[in-house]
Design a protein around this ligand. Structure first.
Ligand code: PMP
Length: 330
C-alpha cells in the first residue's frame, strides 16, 4: 500500500509550472513554484515542521505544550496541522485585516484565534506582537516560535525550497523572485541558491509599496502576508540583489490574471511576486530561467481580490474589466 503516515510527510516537494500567458513579450523562461500544493495550502508548512521539530529537540516545547504565535494565517495553518498531529495546543494572534476565511480555517484545525487592530503602533499594548507576548507569559507550557526571529524559518528554506529548485531546474535557474514578509523564504532559499551557484543566481524581492523593505515608511497596504513596518531578524538583507515595490492594484490585477490565464488560483502576494518577476525578466534572454515562488492559494481571498465589488471599492478594476455584465443580464 502507498500510504503516508501523517500529513506532515506531505510538506514540501511542490511542483514547478511554466507561466506562458502572463509572460507576453518576455524571452526568458518564467517558472512558478506552486506552494499551495503543501497540505496546509502554503509555503509556511515548511517552516512549521522545522520550527516545531527544532523546539522539541531543544526542549523549548514540551509534551502537551501550547504554541502561541502572531500570524497572518498561513504560518498558523502550518503550525496547527503539525501541532495537532503531535498533540500540542495552538493560540494564534492575527491582525484585523486578515480575511475571516483564513481565521475560520485556523479554528477548523482546532486552534484558538485572537484578533487585534492593524491600525496601532507595534509598541501599542494591543498590537498583535504585544498581545502574543502577553499570552506567552500567561499560558503555562507556552512556546512562541516567533517566525520573525527564529533561525529555523530561513533554515527550512535553505534545506528544502532551495535544494528543490536547484534540482527541479537541473541547476539552470538564473533568477529567484519571492515576496518578502518575515524574509525567511527569500533569505533561506536565496542564500542556498547563491551558495550552490557560486553567487551566479540573482535574488530579487517583491514588496508592497509602503513597506520598509522597498524604502517605505510602513504605511498600510492591502496585500496580505508580505511587507513589514519593522526589520525582522529572519530577513538577511545581504541576500537580495534588488527589491521591487509593487502596488496593491498591480498585484491584485495580476492575481486575477493568474487564475484566468494560467489556471492558478493564488493569493495576492503571488500576484505581487509575479509582477516583480516579470519586471526582473524584462530584457533577459532565452537562456535565463526565472523562478517565482507563489506562497499560497486564492481560496482565502474569494471575498476580496476575486470579488468585483471589493475590487471596485478600491478602484482596482479598469472599466470593462468586470464580470458584471452577467449580473446585469439576470
Ligand atoms: N505571502 C503570504 C501569503 C504569506 O503568508 C507570507 C508569509 N508571511 C509570505 C508571502 C512571505 O514569506 P516570508 O515570511 O517567508 O517572507
Amino acid at each position: 500500500m502507498q500510504v503516508y503516515e501523517s500529513m506532515i510527510e506531505l510538506v514540501g516537494n511542490t511542483p514547478l509550472v511554466r507561466l506562458k500567458n502572463v509572460t507576453e513579450g518576455i524571452r526568458a523562461t518564467v517558472l512558478a513554484k506552486v506552494e499551495y500544493f503543501n497540505p496546509g495550502g502554503s509555503v509556511k508548512d515548511r517552516i512549521a515542521v522545522r520550527m516545531i521539530e527544532a523546539a522539541e529537540r531543544s526542549g523549548a516545547l514540551q509534551p502537551g505544550g501550547t504554541i502561541v504565535e502572531p500570524t497572518s494565517g498561513n504560518t498558523g495553518v502550518g503550525l496547527a496541522i503539525v501541532a495537532q498531529q503531535k498533540g500540542y495546543k495552538c493560540i494564534f494572534v492575527c491582525p484585523d485585516k486578515v480575511s475571516t476565511d483564513k481565521i475560520n480555517v485556523l479554528r477548523a484545525y482546532g486552534a484558538e484565534v485572537v484578533v487585534c487592530p492593524t491600525a496601532v503602533d507595534p509598541d501599542h499594548p494591543n498590537s498583535y506582537y504585544n498581545v502574543s507576548d502577553r499570552l506567552v507569559r500567561e499560558t503555562p507550557g507556552a512556546w512562541k516560535p516567533d517566525q520573525y526571529s527564529n533561525p529555523d524559518n530561513p533554515r527550512s528554506h535553505y534545506e528544502s525550497t532551495g535544494p528543490e529548485l536547484w534540482e527541479q531546474t537541473d541547476g539552470r535557474i538564473t533568477h529567484f523572485v519571492a515576496g518578502v514578509g518575515t524574509g525567511g523564504t527569500i533569505s533561506g532559499t536565496g542564500r542556498y541558491l547563491k551558495d550552490v551557484s557560486d553567487g551566479k543566481v540573482k535574488v530579487i524581492g517583491a514588496d508592497p509599496e509602503g513597506s520598509v523593505y522597498s524604502g517605505g515608511s510602513g504605511r498600510p497596504y492591502l496585500i496580505e502576508g508580505v511587507g513589514e513596518d519593522f526589520w525582522p531578524t529572519a530577513y538577511d538583507s545581504t541576500v537580495a540583489d534588488e527589491i521591487i515595490a509593487v502596488s496593491d492594484k498591480d498585484a491584485f490585477q495580476m492575481t486575477r490574471r493568474l487564475a484566468k490565464e494560467e489556471g492558478l488560483l493564488v493569493g495576492g502576494s503571488c500576484g505581487m511576486a509575479v509582477v516583480g518577476a516579470l519586471k526582473a525578466a524584462e530584457g533577459l534572454g532565452e537562456d535565463d530561467v526565472v523562478v517565482v515562488l507563489l506562497p499560497d492559494s486564492g481560496r482565502g481571498y474569494l471575498s476580496k481580490i476575486f470579488n468585483d465589488d471589493w475590487m471596485n471599492d478600491y478602484g482596482f478594476l479598469e472599466t470593462g474589466d468586470t464580470d458584471r455584465v452577467a449580473d446585469v443580464m439576470h
